[in-house]
Structures are given as C-alpha cells and as structure tokens.
Ligand binder design. Structure first.
Ligand code: ADE
Length: 240
C-alpha cells in the first residue's frame, strides 16, 4: 500500500503531554477504543517530564508566589525550557494548558482539535503557572468544567479521549458520533434494549412499532425536552 492511501500512516494524530507525573499516562487511554487505536498507530502519545528541566540538585520546578499567598507556582523558566524541548516554534500543533481558569472545552472544540495534527498539552500543578510562560509560549488555557482538580493530568486524559474517539476509523460505524449528545446542539434521546419489560417498566411502544418516521419524531421530541429541563443553556432563546 502506498503511504498516501492511508492517512494514518502519513501523520497520526499526535499528543505530547508535559507533566510532573508521566506515570499517569496512558492510564485509561491504554485500554478499550483509545488503547486499541494507540496500539494500531492511529494516534501517538509522548509524555515529557517537566522535572527534567528543573533547577539545581533537587530539580526544583516551583517557587513561592510573588506578592505572597498560599501554595507554589510553576516557574516560567523551567516550563518554558520544557515546552521548547518538546515542541519547537515550528510545531503546528496548538499548545494547551489544562486549567480551571480556561475556556470550557466543548464538543465543537474537541472536533476541531481531532481534525488537526494533534496537541501539545501542559498539565498544571500547584497553585498555578507563572503567567509569563502562558503569554510567552502562547498557551491556550482549557477547562473541562467548573470544579477544581488536583492537577491538569486527568483533564488532559479527558481531552485526549474525547479527541481520539473522533479520529477516522477509531469509533465503530454504529457509534459514528453523529447522533450523540452535543453533536446536534442537543442532549441525546433515551435508549432501550431487551428485555421489553423490566421491573414494571416497558420500552415505549413507539420504539417497538417499526414506524421509522414516528421513531425519529419521538427521539427528536425527547432530545428537545431533556435539553430544555437539564441544559436550557444549549438552546436558543426561542426554543427555551
Ligand atoms: N486543572 C485543575 N482543574 C481543572 C479543570 N477543571 N479543567 C482543566 N484543568 C484543570
């Protein structure tokens, strides 16, 4: 097979993760859908230990915050050197910093990332990262939700998982992703399978009737109703 017949062989989606805890990777990404795809070369994962660029005998990576306050701040010189070693300025991949302060991750952003060459992902620890390296290395801060994790590693795993499952050939045909939550701007409709009745709860009749137009209408209606009660923020003013 020629190289250009197989886009995966030419340029697999590439994640480089900068972390103080490289042992956390691939973690769950080494299993199931993402793990199979990793083994098959549909994507690649490289971890870089920020501490390799630490200072002195103890390889220090953090220091006390200027202006005082609790906690420690990841040094800009250390993280800057780690980023430069992992991804030269010519690297076309976006540089992300996982942080609760970031712009919330959306399915739209995930899809755009999965369609690109990959990502360089910096995992923050401590109270934060010196602002100058965020500016100087053009880091885009990304949050996975309005809660605080003890570091960016689990957030990075979430982001990579969401991207990898969208890569060509990773998801099965039956899970092609077009009908799932958020893809149409709505939450997904409820699912059922056998048995037809369980603990007095029956599968809705419409799903058993074989009328595909009626089923599609029912699903669209359930999607809209669920979204209206649980996530009205996803709807336009006229739909709420
Ligand atoms: N690091 C700590 N909390 C985080 C969050 N909510 N999203 C992304 N990175 C984080």
């Amino acid at each position: 097979m020629s190289d250009d017949a197989d886009p995966v062989a030419v340029s697999p989606w590439r994640a480089t993760v900068l972390t103080l805890y490289p042992e956390m990777f691939p973690g769950p990404l080494g299993l199931s859908l993402s793990g199979d795809a990793l083994a098959r070369g549909a994507w690649s994962l490289e971890t870089r230990n920020i501490r390799a660029h630490g200072l002195g005998r103890h390889r220090n990576v953090d220091d006390t915050p200027a202006g005082g306050g609790a906690g420690m701040v990841l040094r800009c010189d250390v993280l800057g050197a780690a980023i430069d070693a992992a991804a030269p300025a010519s690297d076309p991949r976006p540089r992300l910093l996982m942080s609760p302060r970031g712009k919330p991750l959306t399915q739209e952003r995930v899809r755009a990332l999965s369609e690109g060459p990959g990502a360089v992902i910096v995992c923050g620890r401590f109270e934060g990262v010196d602002e100058r390296v965020i500016e100087g290395r053009g880091l885009e801060e990304v949050s996975i939700g309005d809660y605080v994790l003890s570091g960016g590693e689990i957030a990075a795993l979430v982001l990579i998982d969401a991207c990898v499952r969208l890569l060509p050939g990773v998801m099965g045909k039956h899970e092609s992703g077009v009908e799932e939550s958020f893809e149409g701007g709505l939450l997904e409709y409820p699912h059922y399978t056998r048995p037809r009745e369980w603990e007095g709860r029956a599968i809705p009749d419409v799903l058993m009737g074989g009328n595909h137009a009626a089923i599609a209408r029912w699903r669209a209606e359930r999607s809209r109703a669920l979204t209206r009660t649980r996530r009205p923020d996803l709807l336009g003013d006229d739909e709420r």
